[in-house]
Design a protein around this ligand. Structure first.
Ligand code: ASP
Length: 467
């Protein structure tokens, strides 16, 4: 017989079904054994009793939590007084006629039939493959899938192309430390993992792609403060022949539609999303990602807002200048002359737009400098000499001199958005295999040492005992 998902039994009263899954719980009541069977779609009660026969009944008594079983039986309606309102299949149960043990399980290191919030995170991460069996985590992963699918379908209809960009690449100046990969073929040289696909997506615009997006993995070797992950996922997108308003309008529509479809119990506080300048946000809320919720106790309220008109540059400790957001951004149109003449530097505003949700920054982007001369001025203001500019960004300057179209884009922190939609307290709850707060993978035991042979091949020597 064909497999039936547990959630489907509610429409199969009286039918004989084959169910597969894990034993969530077993209760032995003497003459009757109850098993709660769990698959990805839900949980249902299976009952072993006199109708099962002695052999089957004894088999049921031996079963333990997390064993993998197949049961065949009849879907029955439960009597009114035995309905379990806590589960979707609570009006039904399976009268078991046959049982097959597909695999036994050791006793799990923690319970799986709870929401898991009281279990230490280290042990949850070490046994993450067990942790994600719990319905709370499984629901988060399925919400994440829905969100990503919605984004793909929406952008496909808008004529975007999803394009993969390299993971082995060159350092990009996004303000964080790079993860690097030593090159075997070129001694002493390294690839960097992308902090974001920023340069590639702009080069795709030079390449005539016009509308690009990617569900992109990004890597930043930052000291893992609170809720950051060394690798995280962005919705990254870029468009040609657009102004700031076009990118903002598209993203606002995408977010609104996405919430309606993927998280229908949520209410968006204000549409169109309110806009604040950086100056207003700082004066009024003392932060550039204000939490505008009128009722902060309402778990279903979403208060999006745009923050615009950020200063392009800020002073560094040594008296120079660095960019506040993205060196590839264009200034607002009225400041192009200032940029080109390198004057009024602290007064130049960037075309950057950030989007905040309930006090978290969930995305940001800008219109870019698509002319080499303008981009070069940014690096000059940052104090880079000609040689360094050419070394680090020569490829971008060159590309832009072959007819780069005006373009702009944005990236969303996808993990953060899904976290907020699922009311989870941190992004690790919506990532299948996250790193711990101190940047380790306890399940795979990474990072780990390399064998001498591998180090030799990579032309690397480890300095011992140096901190
Ligand atoms: N690449 C930028 C970031 O990762 C986003 C963008 O400007 O598109 O923050």
């Amino acid at each position: 017989m064909e497999r039936v998902w547990i959630k489907e039994i509610i429409s199969k009263t009286g039918e004989s079904v084959d169910l597969y899954g894990w034993v969530d719980n077993r209760r032995d009541h003497g003459k009757i054994v109850f098993i709660d069977l769990r698959d990805r779609s839900g949980i249902c009660q299976a009952v072993f009793g006199p109708w099962s026969g002695k052999e089957l009944y004894e088999q049921a008594q031996k079963i333990r939590n997390e064993w993998v079983i197949k049961i065949s039986g009849i879907v029955k309606e439960r009597p009114e007084n035995l309905i379990n309102k806590n589960i979707d299949t609570g009006k039904f149960e399976i009268e078991v006629k046959n049982l097959e043990v597909l695999n036994e399980s050791l006793t799990p290191p923690f319970e799986i039939n709870s929401d898991g919030r009281n279990i230490g995170e280290e042990i949850r991460m070490k046994y993450r493959y067990l942790d994600i069996r719990r319905p709370r985590l499984s629901a988060n992963l399925s919400l994440r899938h829905k969100v990503v699918k919605f984004i793909r379908d929406f952008l496909d209809k808008e004529n975007f192309l999803e394009i993969e960009t390299p993971i082995l690449t060159k350092s990009t100046p996004e303000g964080a430390r790079d993860y690097v990969v030593p090159s075997r073929l070129y001694p002493g040289k390294f690839f960097a993992l992308p902090q974001s696909p920023q340069q590639y997506k702009q080069l795709l615009m030079v390449g005539g792609v016009e509308k690009y997006f990617q569900i992109a993995r990004c890597f930043r070797d930052e000291d893992t403060r609170g809720d950051r992950q060394p690798e995280f996922t962005q919705l990254d997108l870029e468009m040609s022949f657009v102004k700031r308003e076009d990118v903002m309008a598209l993203n606002e529509k995408l977010l609104i539609d996405l919430v309606h479809v993927c998280a229908p119990s949520k209410k968006i506080q204000q549409i169109p999303f309110p806009r604040l300048t950086y100056k207003e946000a700082m004066e009024k809320y003392k932060t550039d990602r204000p939490d505008l919720r009128e009722d902060k106790n309402d778990p279903n309220l979403l208060a999006f807002c745009w923050v615009i008109d950020f200063p392009f540059f800020e002073k560094t400790d040594d008296g120079g200048f660095t960019f506040t957001h993205n060196p590839f951004s264009a200034p607002k149109e009225e400041f192009i002359n200032d940029l080109m003449e390198k004057k009024n530097i602290e007064g130049i505003l960037t075309s950057q737009y950030d989007i905040a949700l309930n006090g978290f920054e969930i995305g940001g982007g800008s219109v870019r400098n698509h002319k080499s001369e303008a981009l070069k001025k940014v690096f000059e203001i940052m104090g880079f000499n000609e040689e360094r500019i050419l070394n680090n960004f020569g490829h971008m300057l060159e590309a832009f001199s072959y007819g780069a179209p005006p373009h702009g884009g944005i990236a969303w922190g996808l993990d953060r958005l899904v976290t907020l939609l699922s009311n989870e307290p941190n992004i690790r709850e919506v990532i299948a295999f996250p790193k711990t707060g101190d940047a380790r993978d306890l399940m795979m035991n990474a990072p780990s040492e390399l064998e001498k042979k591998q180090l030799d091949e990579l032309h690397l020597e480890i300095k011992k005992n140096k901190k």
